[in-house]
Design a protein around this ligand. Structure first.
Ligand code: HEC
Ligand code: HEC
Ligand code: HEC
Length: 431
């Protein structure tokens, strides 16, 4: 009798769990956060008026960076995003009625940006950064909608996804969002300036800076409790910590940070890898006032203090000790011609190494990666150019690169910990 009672309880629990799982799978917990006011279509006059604002927000949201192939038509999609489970492609978001979003109503568009759900109740994968665009205000989503709908339609079919994304797995995203989609609000702070508020709104929302700069948890959700602490590897580079304290330690203040985001170049170094794409498609094209706001927000610490940098690190004693002298010689013979004898950089040739954030990062990984691989020629704002950074993988062995990197870190980076040949080999092996 007693055993049967226990069994009944277990069966009941099991049934409840299965029902709950089904409820999640069928999206019962995915309520719409879209304002009911957007059911009505916008008038042509309203749309016209919203265009300039929409353009700026589309740039802030890097819609074109993700939705346009490098040489392909603007916003026509097809950019591959590799994941361990297969390759996902961004889609055509031009107003083409067949292949793009031409049939989208105002409400459909709001639902994508606020909730990550496309028409036909299609759960979008978080490759589309709806976890961030969610905070965008109704009138701003309207502006984005008006602007996207004003682009030339392009009849380009979507590129099929591969791997697990070919299976009917979209409903399973309901489990993912249950744990990884906090319903965040536009950030506020008592007594904050208009500028701080604007910066916070752009950085935490459309700008989705945290999609790279905040580490991910085991299920690939954003660990908002480690906001901007960096450390994950994106396209072969370790993403730096961009909390206000760390940026200041690496020599940034609001003015130089703004310059870095507007032009991709500053005394602290150039933008490369994934960050170059962000600067190229998004921040360098935005209104300077918005970039100043972003820089102000990022340089403000938790107490509301706008931080300025302490004096840069003095050369450590080990930089002049015999062990690291081969590193100094490698620098003089292979690097100084472009980066300057004292690491001071040469305008229109190469950025400084003295005060360069890649040299100051406690993790030496990016420094080693750049020395091995180099950086392809990049164009900067106003068609400014520098030389290309050559790769030294074929010209220097692991031991040479380890000594060179150790000396540079001690001389200019304030980093005591020596780089080992094994660390260089580990990165070389991945290329
Ligand atoms: C980090 C890359 C990235 C950025 C930035 C991005 N998107 Fe997307 N977007 C994607 C991917 C990938 C998909 C496809 C997701 C899927 O298939 O589930 C997508 C899907 C969409 C869709 C759904 C299309 C459909 O019906 O299938 C819309 C609409 C959209 N994006 C609009 C935008 C807008 C507007 C912006 C700028 C505010 C933007 N996206 C920024 C990656 C991005
Ligand atoms: C032919 C000129 C040239 C030589 C030689 C050269 N570099 Fe560079 N280096 C550059 C340029 C130009 C960039 C910036 C490229 C960009 O961002 O587009 C760069 C970037 C870098 C960076 C990334 C930091 C940043 O702010 O972009 C590091 C680190 C670096 N170089 C280290 C070295 C070291 C170490 C050597 C010697 C082994 C070396 N470079 C030799 C031209 C050179
Ligand atoms: C696609 C991933 C990605 C996104 C999105 C991204 N970043 Fe970055 N960011 C990087 C990587 C990788 C680096 C390191 C390479 C470099 O210094 O250029 C970097 C470097 C930086 C640096 C330089 C830090 C230092 O110490 O040198 C700043 C500042 C920065 N990012 C700010 C931002 C802001 C602001 C946004 C949002 C508008 C953003 N990033 C979005 C990947 C990203």
């Amino acid at each position: 009798m007693k055993r049967r009672g226990l069994r009944n309880v277990l069966v009941l629990i099991l049934i409840v769990l299965v029902l709950l799982a089904l409820a999640v799978l069928f999206g019962l917990f995915r309520t719409s956060s879209v304002s009911p006011d957007v059911k009505q279509a916008l008038t042509e006059a309203q749309k016209q008026e919203l265009l300039p604002r929409g353009r700026e927000l589309a740039l802030a949201g890097d819609c074109f960076g993700c939705h346009s192939k490098t040489e392909g038509p603007k916003a026509a999609g097809g950019v591959p995003i590799a994941t361990p489970f297969g390759t996902l492609h961004s889609t055509n978001i031009t107003p083409d009625p067949t292949y793009g979003i031409g049939q989208y109503t105002r409400e459909d568009f709001h639902r994508v940006l606020r909730d990550g759900i496309a028409p036909g109740n299609r759960n979008l994968y978080p490759g589309m950064p709806f976890v961030f665009t969610h905070v965008t205000r109704t009138e701003d989503i309207d502006a984005l909608y008006a602007y996207m709908m004003s682009l030339p339609p392009i009849a380009e079919p979507n590129v099929p996804n591969t791997g697990v994304f070919t299976l009917p797995v979209r409903p399973f995203m309901n489990f993912w969002t249950l744990i990884n989609f906090p319903k965040r609000q536009p950030p506020t702070r008592e007594g904050a300036s208009e500028q701080w508020l604007r910066g916070a709104y752009l950085v935490e929302g459309l700008g989705h800076c945290a999609s790279c700069h905040t580490p991910r948890n085991l299920t690939m959700g954003v660990s908002f409790d480690k906001h901007f602490q960096g450390g994950d590897i994106v396209d072969g580079l370790v993403v730096p910590n961009i909390t206000a304290e760390t940026l200041a330690q690496r020599g940034f203040d609001a003015a130089s940070l703004s310059q870095y985001l507007r032009t991709g170049m500053s005394a602290q170094g150039t933008a490369f890898g994934g960050m170059y794409t962000v600067v190229h498609f998004s921040t360098s094209e935005m209104e300077p006032a918005d970039i100043d706001a972003i820089a102000t927000y990022l340089m403000t610490d938790e107490n509301g203090q706008l931080l300025t940098p302490p004096p840069g690190p003095a050369p450590l004693a080990q930089a002049s000790q015999p062990l690291l002298q081969p590193g100094r010689y490698h620098y003089a013979s292979a690097c100084a011609g472009c980066h300057g004898a004292q690491g001071e950089g040469i305008p229109n040739v190469a950025p400084p190494m003295d005060g360069n954030t890649a040299v100051m990062m406690s993790n030496p990984s990016n420094l080693i990666t750049v020395i091995l691989q180099g950086i392809d020629t990049q164009t900067f704002t106003g068609n400014q150019r520098m030389y290309a950074m050559p790769g030294f993988a074929d010209r220097m062995n692991n031991e040479d690169i380890a000594l060179l990197a150790s000396w540079m870190r001690a001389q200019w980076g304030g980093q005591e910990e020596a780089v080992t040949a094994a660390q260089v080999q580990a990165i070389r092996a991945k290329q």
